[in-house]
Ligand binder design. Structure first.
Ligand code: AMP
Ligand code: MG
Length: 459
């Protein structure tokens, strides 16, 4: 494997630890994203799984683990960090440097009580969902491959097959990374981190205020895109909020089947903090934490508080604009149609009352057709929508998304050693905007017994 040293390893020492992966007993290939590997010019050969398990290191590898803190479910934790991930180095994707990071590669300085490992289920969930997000055009970390380790991992359910996923992203800069250094009043680290983030994501930004404004805009657009496909991240802690506006840290995330505006899947989200409909407020709150962590960089704190507050308040309008245009596009109506907002709200009320399937409803409407199971009480809505519908205003809506019950079935079969279902799902999800005639079962909502009610972090 061919890698470049990571730029992050040149930042001040207190921002990371120099430490690498722990070799595993019996690394075996599960899946390699060959297209992505090719685009990254990694020069992988048939021994790729030795590199993606951490058993072998590329010659110019500079393995490090990154420091970060975070608000978890609103509670401050001053020290998190890469407890089970290692940044190996970088490679260029379309001329832009990208991190190559192992996840599940063993204990690190930041592991606290954890084993530093992952099991195959969450690794495959991340692979499937992050690559699906990419195909859906939603900013995300990518998945380069999954290897099994030959070592069992102990979780609540008992011993499970260990696995490592390799993640590729333009950076792994989280709100929690800024918070870590702000909490220590470490202006040198904050300054270096702000510069690094600007170089990696927003090269036209000049000041911390510019950086904040870009992050707020990207985050608002990201959450509107998530909601446009019925996605619930599930753990929007500040350590999982990416400054560049990527979807990161696929844990108990899920796509909704039947529409419920306050849907929650995560088994650890008891209060519904990260429910579907709460995501914009939480993203704005995370941006306020980011703003606070930038204050030590400002020469005049009071003036900065005023300026940053205005920028964070810009989240609401930026989100509203992105949200309206997302859903207007799905319905094939012009975003500036004066009736658009009411049509969208009324549709959601109908979908919630009749538990209509999110993806299939929007797929049918984007085709200009009436969804299956459409209620009689929706006749008036259909008339109003048809009056505004314009095929040229349609922004494609997916016919297929990774449904929870399908992911669970894939994981169960994969654990039993059968990979066919996994590969079929990956193949179909790579072209989500065309109806998979030969794999139409993947578009079906779960039957009553197939419904997955709870999803897990897998940590
Ligand atoms: P996450 O829920 O994956 O976003 O992780 C939150 C924090 O817990 C991060 O600092 C992780 O590195 C750490 N963590 C999660 N799982 C493990 C594990 N199995 N071993 C060590 N640290 C972990
Ligand atoms: Mg995380």
């Amino acid at each position: 494997m061919q890698l470049n040293p990571s730029e992050f390893a040149n930042l001040p020492d207190q921002m990371f630890e120099r430490e690498g992966p722990t070799a595993v007993k019996d690394p075996a290939p599960f899946v390699l994203n060959a297209d992505l590997a090719k685009d990254l010019h990694l020069n992988l050969d048939e021994n790729w799984h030795l590199f993606l398990s951490g058993n072998q290191l590329a010659p110019s590898t500079t393995p490090i683990t990154q420091a970060y803190a975070g608000h978890q479910f609103g509670h401050w934790n001053p020290q998190l960090g890469d407890g089970r991930a290692v940044l190996l180095g970088e490679a260029e994707l379309n001329g832009v440097p990208h991190d190559v990071q192992l996840k599940g590669s063993g204990r690190t300085k930041w592991s606290r009580g954890g084993d530093g490992r992952a099991w195959l289920g969450p690794a495959l969930r991340e692979y499937i969902v992050s690559e699906a997000m990419f195909a859906l055009g939603i900013p995300t970390t990518r998945a380069l491959g999954v290897v099994t380790t030959g070592e069992p991992v102990l979780r609540e359910q008992g011993p499970l097959p260990g696995a490592i996923i390799t993640r590729v992203a333009q950076s792994h800069v989280r709100v929690g990374m800024f918070q870590y250094h702000a909490a220590r009043n470490d202006v040198a680290a904050l300054d270096a981190l702000a510069d690094y983030t600007i170089r990696r994501h927003f090269p036209d930004a000049q000041t911390p205020a510019d950086l904040l404004a870009h992050a707020v805009q990207r985050q608002a657009e990201l959450v509107a895109k998530w909601m446009g496909v019925g996605f619930i991240h599930g753990v929007m802690n500040t350590d999982n909020a990416h400054i560049g506006g990527l979807t990161i840290d696929y844990g108990p995330c899920a796509f909704m089947d039947a529409f419920d505006p306050m849907k929650v899947f995560s088994s650890i989200d008891h209060g519904g903090r990260y429910a579907f409909g709460n995501q914009p407020q939480i993203a704005a709150w995370n941006m306020a934490q980011f703003a606070t962590s930038l204050l030590p960089l400002a020469p005049d704190r009071d003036a900065a508080i005023e300026e940053f507050t205005k920028i964070v308040h810009g989240f609401g309008p930026a989100f509203e604009t992105a949200y309206q245009s997302t859903f207007a596009g799905k319905l094939g109506i012009m975003a500036d149609d004066p009736g658009a907002a009411v049509l969208i709200d009324d549709l959601f009320a109908l979908m919630a009352a009749h538990e209509l399937d999110f993806t299939n409803t929007f797929w049918a409407l984007s085709q200009g057709t009436t969804p299956a199971d459409w209620p009689d009480t929706g006749a008036d809505w259909l008339d109003r929508w048809q009056a505004s519908f314009d095929q040229s205003a349609v922004v494609p809506s997916p016919a297929v998304i990774p449904r929870n019950h399908q992911i669970e079935a894939v994981i169960a079969e994969s654990v039993a050693g059968h990979k066919d279902r996994f590969h079929r799902m990956i193949r179909v999800l790579a072209t989500p905007f065309s109806f998979p005639e030969d794999d139409a079962d993947l578009t079906l909502p779960p039957t009553a017994t197939e419904i997955v009610h709870r999803t897990f972090c897998g940590t």
